[in-house]
Design a protein. Structure first.
Ligand SMILES: NC(=O)c1ccc[n+]([C@@H]2O[C@H](COP(=O)([O-])OP(=O)(O)OC[C@H]3O[C@@H](n4cnc5c(N)ncnc54)[C@H](O)[C@@H]3O)[C@@H](O)[C@H]2O)c1
Ligand SMILES: [Zn+2]
Length: 713
């Protein structure tokens, strides 16, 4: 098939200068052999489509092929093959043996407001005046049937077939909701309408079908077609009927027959409803009567907007001249009536390939599979992912890697994979491997429910982030693998990274499988971890956008954790590789982590990068100036905030920091547990409050001046 597609006819990807149409352009057919092949393929696709098999083509591809056939035929009118699908109901691919009283036709299409307006003008020409009013309703995406009632009893169900005769599918009577076996009145009439599967019915049908060893249906339309025609199945699955036509039969009482012939479409539908037939009236998109083109177009918009949320598929809007006499005046062609038109909406389904399945763990520990697709454009958006809900869903759909799949996407709803196009399998497809361990934290998976869940539940993230922090490239804590982390979290000993460094010997010894040796080894590994360079500590925090090398770059640039924390988004952007987009999120995440970082520092975790010198920035410690040994501030970290007064009044913030360093201290711009002293001048705000909250020593400018008296000026 792929070979034929590339060799024989090539889809045009771009049609220069044309208005954007909702469908893809025609296939280009180069010669008579390609034409014959295209006809054969289109007829085969249509036979599958109407017959309940799975077409190898999605609707766009089929329509493109048929347009290509029509284009070629227009140029070669003498070479048209009799089997050509053009101009025929159902592409000429199906036939039947039960004649229709009145032909069951297809519909012509429009794709835009302009095309619709042009159609109303041609309709007006045919009937001699503007149509009085239109009936506007959803174009249900199923298949047409005629239901014959005799004295109120449903006696026969017939498919559309080739339009003049259909197939008897009366065996399906009783499985179609909305198509009563007995009408409210004992009338003899034919009800016409669409049989489809709602989304829920489709899911159910595939579940039952695969449970019986069958291949899942590709989509609800295909499922309805296949189910309606199937005989002697050991199981039945429900479908739904929507009536859109009501007409007399040879046995109809003449008075009623006359009425049915003369009633406007809208009133026929009301009558059908009264008889107990399901119509669009009881849906979110009922048929309405519209007086003007503007009103029709407004309704088209409304129905299009509601489409994604409907519990059944629609592929457009059907607009009909409402009055019977206007319908008669307009008449019908061999394929479609001239008094009705389908305003097509963009296709919401395309066939593409399933390349991979990813397993993502959500906030609550739910492990959800997601399909990675060969990119496919649906209604103007490129789709590369589709939801697969849960593992049972994959099993139910019998999906395999490499499968061609029908992908559905409507509106803003997350795209979903409907089913594989199983007969396009090459044998190269691979089974989808389900994870045995939580893909995030490595814990066991609770598979008791349809939705799989990490046994750690909400703690999954904690386990994963601790295991990551303990990893070889981060703090490299030997003996602290995922299993041990799970144990510590389960025992309630650890709720964040800093808790690891507060673990006591007896707590560890009380754990299962923790002997003296492993306990001592783990404590030693934890002690060693505190000595890791800042870059690894930063990396262990797991801030988004700071992997190993970025963490090294940040640590080398700022040299200290205080320097990193003091950096605003502008300062952060000075680090090579951090742009305007990343910087604010890193700064914000670090601010969120402040309490954790403070506790790590308090636990003695190293917060400097060996060999690095801080950048010469106003707010950071001055570069190069190593703090002098001794002095009144030896070993102290000092933060200066607010306006200085007294003898310090003239000193800039930078000069204050220099003073701190001269007096043997380390200057910092952020307050943490590690801060030894905060010099709070006038107007000091949040830093002072934080110092108070953390119990850090405070000094006024005068008190500080006295402390460092020997180092002033
Ligand atoms: N994928 C494939 O291989 C393949 C093959 C053949 C056809 N198709 C698709 O089928 C479509 C053409 O099929 P078609 O000839 O059945 O015509 P159609 O679906 O374009 O329109 C006619 C049909 O619309 C239905 N309909 C739904 N709601 C209606 C309403 N409210 N009032 C009246 N009719 C309503 C009726 O069944 C009617 O027969 C194309 O879009 C094509 O892409 C696809
Ligand atoms: Zn987990």
């Amino acid at each position: 098939m792929a070979e034929w597609r590339t060799r024989r006819w090539t889809p045009l990807s771009v049609v220069g200068g044309r208005m954007r149409r909702m469908t893809t352009p025609a296939a280009v057919i180069v010669d008579a052999a390609a034409y014959a092949q295209a006809v054969e393929d289109a007829v085969r696709a249509a036979a599958a489509y109407y017959g309940g098999g799975t077409s190898a083509l999605d609707d766009d591809a089929y329509d493109r092929l048929v347009r290509g056939i029509a284009d070629w035929e227009a140029e070669h009118p003498d070479a048209i093959l009799p089997g050509s699908p053009t101009g025929k109901v159902a592409g000429g691919a199906v036939e039947g043996d039960v004649p229709h009283t009145v032909p069951m036709l297809s519909l012509d299409n429009v794709f835009s407001a302009e095309e619709f307006t042009a159609w109303t003008a041609s309709l007006a020409r045919r009937i001699g005046h503007d149509a009085a009013r239109f009936s506007v309703g959803p174009k249900l995406d199923g298949l047409a049937v005629a239901a014959r009632y005799s004295d109120g009893r449903l006696t026969r169900l017939i498919t559309r077939g080739d339009g003049t005769a259909g197939e008897d599918v009366s065996h399906a009577i009783g499985t179609v909701e909305g198509l009563p076996e007995k009408l409210e009145e004992p009338v003899t009439v034919e009800v016409r309408g669409e049989v489809l599967m709602t989304t829920a019915q489709f899911e159910h049908a595939n579940e039952v079908r695969t449970a019986h060893g069958g291949q899942p249906f590709a989509n609800p339309r295909n499922a309805a077609a296949g189910t309606l025609r199937a005989r002697d199945r050991v199981y039945t699955v429900p479908m739904t009927f929507f009536g859109y036509g009501l007409l007399p039969l040879p046995g109809t009482d003449p008075a009623l027959a006359g009425r049915l012939d003369d009633l406007p479409h809208s009133e026929l539908m009301a009558l059908a409803g009264d008889l107990g037939v399901h119509t669009s009236a009881r849906t979110a998109v009922p048929d309405v009567v519209a007086g003007t083109v503007e009103e029709v177009l407004a309704r088209v918009k409304e129905i299009a907007a509601a489409r994604a949320e409907l519990p059944f598929g629609i592929d457009g809007i059907v607009i009909k001249a409402d009055l019977a006499e206007e319908q008669r005046a307009a008449g019908s062609g061999s394929r479609a009536p001239r008094w009705a038109i389908a305003y097509k909406l963009p296709a919401v389904e395309k066939i593409t390939r399933l390349l991979e399945v990813e397993w993502n763990v959500g906030r609550t520990g739910i492990i959800a599979p997601r399909g990675v697709l060969e990119p496919v454009v649906i209604d103007g958006s490129t789709i590369t992912y589709a939801t697969l809900h849960n593992p049972a869903d994959i099993t139910r759909r019998d999906l395999r890697l490499g499968d061609h799949v029908m992908v559905h996407r409507a509106g803003d709803v997350i795209p979903r994979i409907e089913a594989p196009v199983a007969h396009l399998r090459t044998g190269e497809e691979q089974p989808i491997v389900f994870p045995a361990q939580c893909p995030r934290c490595g814990s066991d998976i609770d598979t008791g429910e349809e939705r799989w869940r990490c046994a750690q539940g909400r703690n999954c993230h904690l386990v994963a982030s601790l295991a990551y922090a303990a990893g070889r490239d981060q703090l490299d804590i030997e003996g602290l693998g995922a299993t041990r982390v799970v144990q510590l979290v389960d025992a309630g000993l650890v709720a964040d990274l800093a808790d690891l460094f507060a673990l006591r010997r007896e707590q560890l010894l009380a754990l299962e499988r923790m002997g003296e040796t492993s306990t001592d080894n783990l404590l030693a590994a934890l002690a060693k971890a505190k000595e890791q360079p800042l870059s690894r500590v930063l990396c262990a925090l797991g801030v988004r956008g700071t992997g190993r090398s970025m963490s090294r770059r940040i640590a080398r640039y700022f040299a200290t954790m205080d320097g990193i924390r003091a950096a605003d988004a502008d300062a952060m952007q000075r680090v090579d590789g951090i742009g305007a987009e990343k910087a604010p999120s890193i700064v914000a995440e670090l601010a969120e982590l402040a309490p954790l970082i403070d506790r790590l520092a308090a636990a003695g975790v190293n917060m400097t990068e060996p060999g690095a010198t801080p950048p010469p920035a106003a707010d950071a410690a001055p570069a190069g100036d190593a703090p002098a040994d001794g002095g009144p501030l030896a070993g102290m970290t000092v933060v200066v905030t607010g306006a200085m007064t007294g003898s310090l009044e003239k000193l800039s913030r930078n000069e204050m920091n220099e003073l701190v360093e001269r007096a043997g201290g380390r200057s910092s711009s952020s307050v943490s547990r590690k801060t030894s002293l905060v010099v709070a001048g006038e107007g000091a705000g949040s830093k002072r409050a934080k110092a108070e909250q953390l119990g850090v020593r405070l000094a006024t400018p005068d008190e500080f001046a006295a402390l460092v008296a020997g180092f002033l000026g």
